[in-house]
Design a protein around this ligand. Sequence first.
Ligand code: HEC
Ligand code: HEC
Length: 265
Amino acid sequence: MSHVTNARSAPRRRPLPATLVVLLGLFVIAGVWLLVAPRSKAQGTGDNAATVTKGRVLFERGCSSCHGLHGEGTNQAPTLIGVGAAAADFQLTTGRMPLPAPGAEAERRDPIYPPEQIEALSAYVGSLAPGPPIPSIGDQQWNDADLAEGGELFRANCASCHQAAGKGGALTYGKHAPALSEATPVEALEAIRTGPENMPVFSPTQINDDQAVAIAKYVQFVTNPPDPGGAGLGHLGPIPEGLVIWLIGMTGVAAAALWIGSRQA
Ligand code: HEC
Ligand code: HEC
């Protein structure tokens, strides 16, 4: 108690210079940082070095308990050395990682991390060793992708697990392949290249990049058909369409009844 009263009544000469020293120190640090930061940014591969550093901090906090301090793996989780940025981006954007608890099912959930942290974590995992990079799909490539070819490749390589319409299904060994309706085209490409859990990895020699994009386009097409009701009818939905079919059908039935009636008379 007495210490506190003393501090309050004592002249404030002593603490002031100390504060000034700290402030001066902060200014010097800020000045040095301003001089050095742009240079170190230019030295690394673009701004990649800073992103990797940010990712390493996030990784140590949120992933290392299972994957090891440097992604080398533990008895809880596999090594991430060489899985590539694509695997991390896939696992994080689909909310599978971070796994809520050891031994939990890696299921699709809302992502835990915001996009810029996913970018940093993926850059860090990608920096551990060469591996598949995060794919990007150009507008031209997407437009040129052949839906029919995508369908053929999907039936040959994917439908055995995900079913022909991408609705998912049980696998023989007590696991299941998920429905694909929520997967974005980039996530589909990442799944193809990184083979999450029981899914095989498809290398570019098995399925090249254009073919992978065609498959992704087909996945979008079968799981989110542009117009589920068939003919557009101003996108009024299934009720008016049903009504039109009912009217056409009933008119036909009525006409047939009238015709039969007129022949019997
Ligand atoms: C509670 C433990 C746990 C935590 C925490 C965790 N993981 Fe995982 N992770 C696993 C397990 C177990 C697997 C393998 C399961 C599977 O493939 O479905 C896995 C798989 C992965 C894979 C796929 C590896 C491959 O071979 O394709 C990546 C990438 C990954 N984790 C990244 C992360 C990142 C990044 C974080 C932190 C944000 C994280 N994990 C946090 C347990 C964990
Ligand atoms: C042997 C069975 C098998 C085959 C073949 C297979 N997959 Fe998968 N796929 C899976 C399993 C199992 C998962 C779930 C992995 C997990 O939860 O970690 C999955 C996950 C996915 C996902 C993520 C879905 C989501 O919403 O998160 C996509 C996309 C996908 N697969 C696409 C494909 C495509 C495209 C092909 C064909 C080129 C294919 N798969 C072939 C078993 C398979």
